[in-house]
Design a protein around this ligand. Structure first.
Ligand SMILES: [Fe+2]
Length: 482
């Protein structure tokens, strides 16, 4: 079997995996032949892709972590906020994972836009279980972390759908309302004597970052439990790899890059390491493109093959990338930089009427190599102004229109980064957000950044995916987890 994007599905193709609707009912069975009608319906439902089987892929076996039936049962439990049902499902998830000894998340979870919150909760529960299994938690602990995964977003079910699925930036009132969901989830379970304090705390604090920048209470890493940290990483990982009305999915590799980039900032580094061990960068059955233009399907990716998998090319021949290390591999999917807009027609029309403007970013760093690195991965998307001193920047800001964002290195020798930020704000006010680049993930440094009104900070050495996501978050207000 292999995974194809819904837009590549053709009538006559044979489905290799059941498709479910929001109620957990089977929409189309494994073994069905796709028709024009089915494909249109699946696309309308918002499915990103389907598993099919054909001559090229019939021997590729992809094992789900849990059975599709159990996944559907979880979907219904979450949708109905049935806490007892969720507890039963949590038990079964742990049993299935322990039985199979599954340590890999190869199979992409197929979900529609409408079922996002429920499907997300079930998948987060499964990811929590696999991470926990990798971290040698015992079955009782696994059951707790899985239960927390199933229950963590119940509070979202009372948030209006227009806000949950809003394709554009949330207003601050909407964002504040959105942020109440973890507390609302907690309210639903706090009186239950049969749910442990560990589960309750993980549900309440699943949006807390280890640097204290999360919500609802701004707790730091040492104040939250290991369960909370596992749930937090699993939640964001699943949000990143999902297709949403306002974004295309990240590939597993990009999502891992993001999490690694935010290790020690948002996430616990040990948890990120454990997650990376169970995430196949190139999942089995995925179609990829090589740097020489050839395309193929991932046949084997375990262990050392995670980065250099075994491929079946479209002509049926096999290519072992461990023996051809000079090829670059790209998963065939739209990049996460293209924001999918459900009202694209209207947006396109407006775009044609208004001259497009790229965001302008000013980066200040005395090290040319750092500026060049930023230019390397940002120049395609933004208008960049790269400056090697704060004085140059001040001069520029006095004479030219202000940029949309300033990236400021905190450690330019001979300059106090915080004072520099104040001087910059003296010219541009606090309308231009400042993203600090720091060299050490040190609490006092972070506190200084916050005091200076930082819109965010990134720690060197950084991962491009994380920097890009931070910039996008600041410029557009789009959060990675909704
Ligand atoms: Fe959440």
């Amino acid at each position: 079997m292999r995974y194809i994007k819904i837009e590549d599905a053709k009538p006559g193709m044979c489905l290799a995996y059941n498709m479910y609707d929001t109620d957990g009912h089977t929409l189309i069975c494994n073994g069905s032949v796709l028709s024009e009608f089915y494909i249109r319906r699946l696309s309308d439902y918002g499915f990103d892709g389907v598993y099919i089987t054909d001559e090229l892929s019939e021997d590729i076996q992809i094992d789900p972590v849990i059975t599709p039936e159990l996944r559907a049962e979880g979907l219904v439990g979450v949708r109905e906020s049935n806490i007892d049902g969720c507890k039963t499902v949590a038990k079964k998830i742990v049993e299935q994972v322990l039985d199979r000894g599954v340590l890999s998340l190869d199979l992409t979870d197929l979900r529609s836009f409408d079922s996002y919150t429920y499907a997300h909760s079930v998948n987060v529960a499964v990811i929590c279980c696999v991470i926990g299994f990798g971290l040698n938690l015992n079955s009782e602990e696994l059951e707790q972390v899985v239960t927390a995964g199933l229950l963590h977003d119940l509070g979202k079910l009372v948030i209006p759908r227009e806000i949950l699925n809003k394709p554009s930036r949330l207003t601050s009132e909407e964002y504040d309302l959105m942020k109440t969901h973890s507390t609302l989830s907690y309210e639903l379970i706090k009186e239950r004597w049969d749910i442990s304090a560990n589960v309750k705390a993980a549900v309440l604090y699943h949006h807390e970052n280890v640097d204290g920048s999360g919500y609802p209470d701004g707790k730091e890493g040492y104040q939250t439990s290991f369960f909370t940290k596992i749930l937090h990483a699993a939640d964001v990982y699943d949000a990143l790899v999902s297709k949403r009305p306002y974004k295309n999915p990240y590939s597993p590799y990009e999502a891992c890059e993001y999490l690694m980039g935010a290790g020690g900032i948002m996430f616990d580094s040990k948890v990120v390491e454990a997650l990376m061990l169970c995430v196949p960068f190139y999942p089995k059955g995925t179609q990829v493109k090589l740097s020489d233009g050839r395309e193929g399907i991932i046949v084997e990716n375990s262990g050392m093959r995670n980065l250099r998998p075994l491929l079946r090319l479209l002509d049926g021949t096999t290519l072992d990338l461990q023996e051809h290390e000079n090829f670059k591999i790209t998963i065939l999917h739209e990049t996460n930089e293209t924001v999918h807009d459900p009202i694209a027609g209207e947006a396109d029309r407006k775009k044609m009427l208004t001259p497009s403007r790229r965001y302008r970013i000013m980066a200040i760093d005395n090290m040319l190599i750092h500026l060049q690195t930023l230019r390397g991965f940002l120049h395609n998307m933004y208008d960049l102004r790269l400056l090697t001193s704060v004085d140059q920047a001040l001069l520029y800001l006095k004479r030219q229109t202000e940029p949309d964002l300033i990236i400021l290195s905190l450690d330019i020798p001979g300059t106090n980064g915080i004072e520099a930020a104040e001087k910059i704000q003296g010219i541009v006010g606090d309308l231009v957000p400042i993203l600090f680049v720091i060299d050490t993930n040190d609490k006092s440094v972070i506190a200084r950044c916050r005091k200076a009104g930082a819109a965010g900070y990134i720690v060197r050495p950084y991962k491009p995916t994380y920097v890009k996501a931070e910039i996008k978050r600041i410029l557009t207000g789009q959060q990675v987890t909704h």
